[in-house]
Design a binder for this molecule. Structure first.
Ligand SMILES: Cc1ncc(C[n+]2csc(CCOP(=O)(O)OP(=O)(O)O)c2C)c(N)n1
Ligand SMILES: [Mg+2]
Length: 685
């Protein structure tokens, strides 16, 4: 311990360490070494720097602390416990209960506890984002820093610094080896996010052993190259040096800061020979006893917290945070008098609500046989909503001219270091970093979207999966949805991506069939409060269906609806389709009807929204008595069987596509009206 540490400081740091050891030991699993080594690093930040009120964990202008190395979760849980962070209930009310009680620490990694193996957003108050998959927390932190800058640019007024929060991400070797963190860091450097600080635990060890095995780059030089301010602390126990590094971060106003902290992973008492225990396994009772003795700690007590440790956080973080938050509330109340409309926006953002009238004046597209690509109608619809929702913003991974995701109002502007109020983001060719940043922006209340080609959803899938685990309403716009891409060929033609997206629990996947369904696709995505969405749109034109002839597109809200039916509503065969194949199903229906076959077309833009409907509705749309069914989708069959049943047929893909004009690829792959008609007749027997 550094000589500058007072007794209370040392004692508080050791409380973090011993709680972490005891928690991992009680669970008989987890990583004790990193929380122990990082205890002083986090202590110095929380006690002297972090602007955070444990009594108001959701205060909008709080600094965010992210533990990107989520495997060190006991560090975060110990901090939340010692700082006496209060639990916030589902309605957003602060309760008198602790977020993480001593009992919760004893219950580390157990069923139903608020202390799962890796920190989970929504599950535990004070956990700002779900971490564990290395690199993701770093990515989220960039989105949060963006949100702080954007909120500041839009809502601050002279004398009213409402938003200026900082974002700190504690990260490890694994975080910095991951591509997503590098993409995010590159973006952050470009955007000069001076409110962003990554604290890198340079401990020269990962699971397989010394970092010499696989990681020999000069991280500091890399980050300098990425446009970051780089600070170094030679010893994680040197509180003085840590304090100076945090000061340097605060002083730097034109770049994000990386603080490289050299540490030695803790593995128990100094005479413990086997260091492997530090990674993913408990120390063992004997080692814990020896370690506690070395700390002058009551060696046989478990989960022991001296009152001074609580008091230490109360008198630093607690008092400072309370004061800042109260000052902020006073400021905000004055602001509300002077700028009532802006204040109302801030309140809506904090509650996760949309402005009054957000879905008024929706566009309507007239019937048109030539039609429009759903990416094009998507762009128009996006703009209609963006016009009503000032904090709807986002961008593309360098494909905006193709994804049509630009907000074209002249005042929208580009989000750049010189213009933090911009609403159009240029994420660069960094799909994964984009999606991780979009998650961070969404976690801060913005209605953020990313966009790329559907085939590259694979590049950002881990972040999309996390948005679903967290239950945040992030939106990804995926265009170029199938072999309809044509000439670009199989590398650019999604085949299995629909099935893969639908496989993510909680992700609302919507592949609308024409321009008017696109309106309801975006409507559904923006209506979500606790689920992310993926909109899947075409490159090629789709006919805009004549809604005087077919059912209204608002049926798309239900995920699936009867678009066209047999006379008398008693079909002998049901054709189900999504997206660009909807018009094929309609053509097949017309041909079958002309042939005297009683057919029904069900437009099925979203399985998830359909599954939300009551059973009676689903039975009405897909009566179980009608077993002759055909699914039509230019993707793999996987996932469709729940609707097709044993007897059902499927017109889709079972191979990769090919490079040729789209119409020819559809024909060669057998995705044609004739094939749908033939399948319908086959399944009818
Ligand atoms: C994306 C991802 N890959 C692999 C893992 C499994 N894993 C957990 S910790 C870890 C590496 C630990 O090394 P480091 O990041 O340096 O953390 P330290 O052990 O030093 O705390 C790995 C590979 C993971 N959590 N996330
Ligand atoms: Mg390491």
């Amino acid at each position: 311990m550094s000589t500058v540490a007072s007794d209370t400081t040392e004692l508080t740091i050791n409380a973090i360490r011993t709680l972490s050891m005891d928690g991992v030991q009680a669970a008989n699993s987890g990583h004790p070494g990193t929380p122990m080594a990082l205890a002083p690093v986090a202590y110095q930040l929380w006690s002297s720097v972090l602007r955070y009120d444990p009594q108001a964990p959701h205060w909008a202008n709080r600094d965010r602390y992210i533990l990107s190395c989520g495997h060190a979760s006991m560090l975060l849980y110990s901090l939340l416990h010692l700082a006496e962070v209060k639990q916030v209930d589902d309605s957003g009310k602060v309760t008198p209960k602790p977020s993480v009680s001593l009992d919760a620490l004893k219950d580390f990694r157990q069923w139903g506890s608020v202390t799962p193996g890796h920190p989970e957003f929504r599950h535990t108050t004070g956990v700002e984002t779900t971490t564990g998959p290395l690199g993701q927390g770093c990515g989220n932190s960039v989105g949060m820093a963006i949100a702080s800058k954007w909120m500041g640019a839009r809502y601050n007024r002279p004398g009213y610094e409402l938003f200026d929060y900082n974002v700190y991400a504690q990260c490890s070797d694994g975080d910095l080896m991951e591509g997503v963190a590098c993409e995010a860091a590159s973006l952050a450097g470009h955007l000069k996010l001076s409110n962003l600080c990554w604290i890198y635990d340079d401990n020269n060890i990962t699971i397989e052993g010394d970092t010499d095995l696989a990681f020999s780059e000069d991280v500091g030089t890399r980050f300098k190259g990425l446009g970051w301010n780089v600070e170094t602390v030679d010893d994680a126990n040197d509180l003085d040096a840590l304090g100076k590094a945090y000061d340097q971060f605060a002083k730097c106003n034109d770049a994000p800061t990386l603080i490289i902290v050299k540490s030695i992973i803790a593995w128990g008492s100094p005479n413990m020979a086997d260091t492997s225990g530090a990674h993913g396994s408990p120390l063992g009772d004997e080692e814990i006893r020896l370690t506690k003795e070395a700390y002058n700690w009551p060696a046989d007590k478990k989960f022991y917290v001296p009152d001074e440790a609580y008091e230490s956080f109360r008198s630093t973080l607690g008092e400072r945070g309370k004061q800042s938050r109260e000052d902020w509330e006073e400021l905000f109340s004055k602001y509300s008098g002077e700028f009532p409309e802006l204040a109302a926006e801030v309140k809506s953002i904090n509650k996760g609500e949309l402005p009054e009238g957000w879905d008024a004046d929706l566009p309507e597209f007239p019937a048109d046989a030539k039609g429009m690509a759903s990416r094009a109608s998507g762009g128009k619809v996006l703009n209609a909503f963006a016009n009503n929702i000032p904090w709807m913003l986002g961008g593309s991974a360098d494909l905006a001219p193709s994804t049509k995701t630009l907000i074209d109002a002249p005042e929208a502007g580009d989000f750049q270091a010189e213009n933090y109020g911009g609403r159009n983001f240029h994420f660069g060719i960094r799909e994964h970093g984009m999606a991780a940043a979009v998650n961070g922006m969404t976690l801060c209340g913005l209605r953020a979207y990313g966009a790329t080609f559907f085939v590259f959803s694979d590049y950002l899938r881990p972040s999309m999966r996390l948005s679903a685990i967290m239950g945040v309403p992030a939106v990804q716009v995926f265009t170029h949805d199938s072999i309809g891409v044509g000439e670009d060929g199989p590398t650019h033609q999604p085949v299995e991506q629909m099935a893969a997206a639908r496989a993510i629990p909680g992700l609302v996947v919507i592949r609308p069939g024409d321009a008017n369904e696109v309106v309801y696709a975006w409507h559904a995505a923006l209506s979500q409060k606790s689920r992310p969405s993926a909109l899947v749109l075409t490159r090629q034109n789709l006919p805009t269906l004549d809604r005087t002839k077919y059912a209204p597109a608002s049926g798309a809200k239900q995920g699936g609806y009867i678009l066209a039916d047999a006379d008398g509503g008693k079909p002998d065969v049901i054709l189900m389709a999504t997206g660009s194949e909807l018009s094929l199903a309609v053509e097949a229906y017309e041909a079958l009807t002309a042939d005297g076959v009683k057919a029904r077309v069900v437009s099925m833009p979203s399985f998830e929204l359909f599954e939300d409907q009551p059973e009676e509705y689903r039975e009405q749309v897909l009566p179980s008595s009608v077993t002759a069914r055909v699914g039509v989708e230019a993707g793999v069959r996987q996932g469709w069987d729940r609707y097709l049943g044993n007897q059902g047929g499927f017109v889709g893909m079972d191979s990769f596509g090919a490079s040729a004009p789209a119409e020819l690829v559809f024909k060669e792959m057998g995705i044609t009206t004739d094939h749908v008609v033939a399948e319908a007749k086959r399944v009818m027997g």
